[in-house]
Design a binder for this molecule. Structure first.
Ligand SMILES: [Zn+2]
Length: 205
């Protein structure tokens, strides 16, 4: 369903605070044209009642359908394997329940590593260590992974002085899952597409 340039912006999540069903009200609007005076675009700025963040959206000509929006909501790439993608999307959707979001992001990371062949009966931490040894991921990425205590046991065996995961931790875990997905799937897919384009450009006419 197209999103319309109305006085309310009807999107599922605020791209700033990720609140569900945000109350995004128009604060101002204006029109722009190109140097020839054509390519009319109508713009509206919306503000989120929850976080105060602003979203800019535009529709072309006299149409109401929004064709551009800034910032864009987090979109999980189609090239990520199905299970990992689903977990990651659910993690992003449940950022307001941080413990659950962390578990889901960890499951997404686990699914990616399993898909890469690390599917024997090991913990996620072992899978990450093996992935570093095999140079599938970098030393830096593994440090990051261990910092965010991905191991579900760290969540389950939480004692009193183990602070409950905050939204920050959940965000960091989701960021890591997004970075891993970018590294393992999105970037290689872009590189392959780039190579294909270069190949076809080199072909004689
Ligand atoms: Zn917001």
């Amino acid at each position: 369903m197209p999103i319309l340039l109305d006085s309310q912006l009807d999107i599922n999540r605020c791209p700033h605070c990720n609140v569900n069903k945000p109350n995004l009200k128009e604060v101002t609007h204006f029109d722009t044209f190109n140097y020839k005076g054509s390519n009319l675009r109508k713009w509206k700025v919306y503000s989120c009642a929850n976080c105060g963040g602003a979203v800019l959206a535009s529709a072309k000509g006299g149409a109401k359908e929004i064709t551009e929006m800034y910032p864009k909501s987090i979109k999980v790439s189609e090239v990520i394997p199905k299970r990992a993608k689903e977990y990651l999307e659910q993690a992003i959707d449940s950022i307001h329940a941080p413990s659950g979001a962390i578990m889901l992001a960890a499951s997404s990371i686990d699914a990616m590593l399993k898909e890469q062949g690390y599917n024997d009966d090991e913990s996620l931490n072992n899978r990450i260590n093996n992935a570093v040894t095999d140079h599938l991921i970098t030393e830096g990425m593994s440090k990051w992974a261990h910092q965010i205590r991905l191991d579900a046991n760290a969540q389950r065996h939480a004692d009193e002085d183990f602070e409950l995961p905050k939204e920050e931790v959940a965000k960091n875990t989701i960021d890591f899952a997004l970075a891993l997905a970018e590294f393992l799937y999105v970037l290689p897919s872009k590189v392959n597409k780039g190579i294909e384009v270069t190949k076809s450009e080199k072909k004689p006419n």
